[in-house]
Design a protein around this ligand. Structure first.
Ligand SMILES: Nc1ncnc2c1ncn2[C@@H]1O[C@H](COP(=O)(O)OP(=O)(O)OP(=O)(O)O)[C@@H](O)[C@H]1O
Ligand SMILES: O=P(O)(O)OC[C@H]1O[C@](O)(CO)[C@@H](O)[C@@H]1O
Ligand SMILES: [Mg+2]
Length: 532
């Protein structure tokens, strides 16, 4: 009897963004983004008696008639985005240099009394908010219900709307802006760089530089900053990768901030994943500690789509699209061979979003294995037995595995990369070998083909959908910095663009919820049984 693959939801790397997180039946990711422990909370049911939940340092007593108001107040506080006036209360804003010139309205067009040209300026008001959750679950047992209290009450939660403000807190001629790209590659990095530069220039910024090869570029002698302008970035989005280069590891936060001070950088745009954002937040805090008038703004970058609260991160769509070619090849190989089995391994260290979405998109996958959903390989309920069934009934099969799936079947290496991320074992190779062995043992012919397109799905140009996302995120990053915000990141939430405080989106990696509608849709599409 083999062991069951465990849900690898929390990275065991050195990155600890928000302390330890205890997972439980409670489904609301907002609650999970702090240390959450529930007391006297048993199951989502309407008829429970004493109820309380600990959220961060706060205890919620659901019998208190004001619990919702208090929760919302606390939520507002947590999702408040740091502003320059927090440390410089006397900082005076100036009218924005970002021009939103509208055409002169023709009165017939606005017969109902549309605002005049003066009133309709097109800027975002600082009090504008976007609703974080849009489903009003009528029951805690509703599919995918994300409840705060056991009755699954409706609690409005709002986050800050992104975009250009009427007043700005930086004189463009005094700005030196820097862009840095860290972590692994992701389609769309160049699109974001391009748009940040273009938008900065529209505000009137003349000094814009790229920091080469991630945070390392702040400290490594011999790596000099790259002057950026519209001319330099005009066509960079036509190719994949990062114009600036990427890296893992690098200098300490204090060395990075020393370097920023030396270079006179007062706007820093940081493109990266969880680790990079943890770094960006630490840089923001250090700048505040030193009372530097600086804006640090992140743009979440990960093909894995593992950042909390966002509809998606840029590069994810493209990665899913690129994965189609590998899946289709695996399908053709499997379908054309006698008892063909195609296996495709896709990226996704902690989260199976790429594998799940690529499987759904292709319609060619019979078995999708992701880190979040435990499974047996061997035994009567195991994956291999199901493969035998598929060979007997369909004649061929295609399997899609996420890189982080099935890690418990492999020996631990304890190896880490330069950023401290755990180096995973190769489950794709393992399942390929086990499949061959299994069919040999049972005396059934099987023609197993293994495709690992790992870097091919991210080392490519962004598709059109990601291109748009990158463009809007890049613009909003600049708007956020000029509006005086720092320690924030940009994202898309329920199709609207928003600013989040960094700690709230990186407290743990976002993962596929095995109870979600999307995972169930994937199962409906593949037709796979539970392998436990
Ligand atoms: N907790 C942290 N505090 C400060 N810096 C960090 C922290 N974690 C990671 N970093 C730095 O952030 C950079 C990128 O981290 P990492 O290699 O983990 O990639 P990432 O941003 O998570 O992107 P990817 O999605 O590609 O893994 C590295 O230079 C690393 O040193
Ligand atoms: O080989 P590299 O560059 O460290 O990147 C690999 C990692 O990048 C990721 O896509 C994360 O962004 C993981 O899924 C994968 O493990
Ligand atoms: Mg990471």
């Amino acid at each position: 009897m083999d062991s069951v693959s465990h849900a690898a939801v929390i990275s065991s790397s050195k990155l600890s963004y928000g302390g330890r997180v205890s997972f439980n039946k409670y489904k609301n990711p907002l609650l999970r983004s702090s240390v959450v422990s529930l007391r006297n909370w048993r199951a989502p049911s309407r008829n429970l008696g004493v109820l309380a939940a600990r959220i961060g340092n706060k205890e919620i007593d659901f019998s208190d008639p004001d619990w919702k108001t208090n929760y919302q107040r606390d939520f507002e506080r947590r999702f408040n985005i740091p502003h320059i006036t927090d440390i410089f209360p006397d900082a005076d804003p100036i009218p924005s240099t970002f021009c939103l010139k509208m055409r002169t309205p023709i009165m017939e067009d606005f017969a109902g009394g549309y605002p005049s040209d003066e009133e309709w300026h097109g800027y975002i008001n600082n009090n504008d908010r976007v609703l974080l959750k849009v489903i009003h679950y009528s029951s805690p047992t509703s599919a995918g219900a994300e409840c705060i209290d056991p009755n699954c009450s409706w609690v409005e939660q709002w986050v800050h709307r992104a975009g250009p403000r009427e007043k700005i807190y930086f004189q463009p001629e005094e700005v030196k802006a820097a862009i840095v790209t860290c972590g692994g590659l992701c389609p769309g990095l160049n699109d974001v760089i391009r748009q940040i530069v273009i938008t900065l220039e529209i505000y009137g910024v003349k000094r814009i530089v790229g920091i080469p090869f991630g945070y390392r570029g702040f400290s490594d002698e011999g790596l000099s900053e790259m002057p950026l302008s519209r001319k330099v970035v005009q066509n960079v989005h036509l190719s994949g990768g990062s114009l600036l280069g990427v890296s893992r590891g690098g200098p300490s936060v204090s060395d990075i901030v020393d370097s920023m001070e030396e270079r006179g950088i007062n706007m820093l745009f940081v493109l990266g994943g969880n680790g990079t954002h943890a770094g960006a937040n630490a840089i923001h805090n250090e700048c505040r500690r030193r009372r530097m008038r600086v804006a640090v703004v992140g743009v979440p970058k990960t093909i894995d789509n593992d950042i909390l609260m966002m509809d998606k991160t840029f590069g994810f769509d493209t990665a899913v699209e690129e994965a189609q070619r590998a899946i289709n090849s695996a399908y053709i190989e499997a379908h054309s061979a006698y008892h063909g089995i195609g296996i495709v391994k896709l990226m996704g260290r902690n989260s199976g979003f790429i594998a799940m979405h690529a499987s759904l998109a292709s319609g060619q996958i019979d078995i999708c294995l992701i880190p979040e959903v435990p499974f047996h390989l061997h035994g009567p309920l195991g994956v291999l037995r199901h493969l035998k069934f598929l060979i007997e009934t369909k004649g061929s099969a295609v399997v899609c595995v996420a890189e982080g799936a099935g890690q418990n079947f492999l020996g631990r290496t304890n190896a880490t990369d330069a950023s401290g991320n755990t180096v995973l074992g190769d489950f794709g190779v393992h399942i390929q070998q086990e499949t061959r062995k299994y069919f040999k043992e049972i005396g059934v012919h099987a023609d197993v083909k293994y495709i690992d397109p790992t870097y091919m799905i991210r080392a490519c140009r962004a598709n059109a959908s990601d291109g748009i996302l990158c463009t809007v995120l890049g613009q909003n990053a600049v708007h956020g910095a000029f509006a005086g915000y720092s320690g924030i990141t940009v994202g898309i939430c329920n199709t609207h663009y928003v600013y989040f405080p960094i700690p709230e989106v990186i407290s743990y990696p976002r993962a596929v919820d095995p109870n979600s509608r999307m995972w169930h849709r994937c199962l409906t599409s593949t037709g796979q049984p539970d392998f436990v």
